[in-house]
Design a protein around this ligand. Structure first.
Ligand code: 2DT
Length: 211
């Protein structure tokens, strides 16, 4: 390991359908990394605590009706308002485990029929993830897990479209993890991808643009 002043944290993003296990795996990975002595934090988008995030939350719970483009930009704005804090954390050496990010933004909005190029545009300039862990679960299996609440997107037909839209977005930063393997091998699998990424972060000086 290099000098601590030269090392930054890694930006690790979890993506997947609702009920794919992102939140659980994020927490497990956090404990694991902390056990290894890494500084790490759990983040999630949407971050419902901000003013923008409260609008997003009201939209998701059907208390607020918004045009599809408008809500798309609010989701993106919610990432932009956290960008400088994320960068500061990463520079200070803290690894961020982020539950949903730009890929959710593009997949969910393009699943509604919005142009994919238009959906990607406001994401340009956000911090690029070092690693995206995509938890791959068939939509029918996700429904079986139960726990779909009453939120706007938690319906099987829509989740099927989202799954198709996610597939188009896969790039070299992605590791696709098949969900039924995950329950047995989660930490081993994840850390097989993760630890090399953490090492790499000590060498990478700058973040690239995302999307
Ligand atoms: P959670 O259930 O994980 O809180 O997500 N979504 C999320 C979007 O449509 N665009 C985005 O940019 C993000 C981050 C996915 C709430 C829902 O919001 C969707 C599910």
């Amino acid at each position: 390991r290099g000098e601590s002043s030269e090392s930054r944290g890694a930006l690790i993003v979890f993506e997947g359908l609702d009920r794919s296990g992102k939140t659980s795996q994020c927490s497990r990975l956090l404990s694991y990394l902390e056990g290894l002595g890494h500084s790490a934090e759990l983040w999630r988008f949407p971050d419902r605590t901000t003013t923008v995030g409260q609008m997003v939350s009201a939209y998701l719970s059907n208390d607020l009706q918004l045009d599809d483009h408008t809500i798309h930009l609010l989701f993106s704005a919610n990432r932009w308002e956290k960008r400088s804090m994320m960068e500061a954390k990463l520079r200070a050496g803290t690894t961020l485990l982020v539950d949903r990010y730009s890929y959710s933004g593009v997949a969910f909005s393009s699943a509604k029929g919005l142009d994919i190029g238009w959906c990607k545009a406001p994401e340009a300039g956000l911090l690029a993830p070092d690693l995206v862990l995509y938890l791959d679960i068939p939509p029918e299996k996700a429904v079986e897990r139960g726990g779909y609440g009453g939120e706007r997107y938690e319906k099987l037909e829509f989740q099927k479209k989202v799954a198709q839209c996610y597939k188009v977005l896969e790039d070299s930063s992605w590791k696709v993890i098949v969900c039924f393997i995950l329950s047995f091998l989660a930490i081993e699998l994840l850390t097989g991808f993760l630890l090399p990424t953490l090492d790499l972060c000590h060498l990478v000086a700058h973040h690239q643009e995302s999307c």
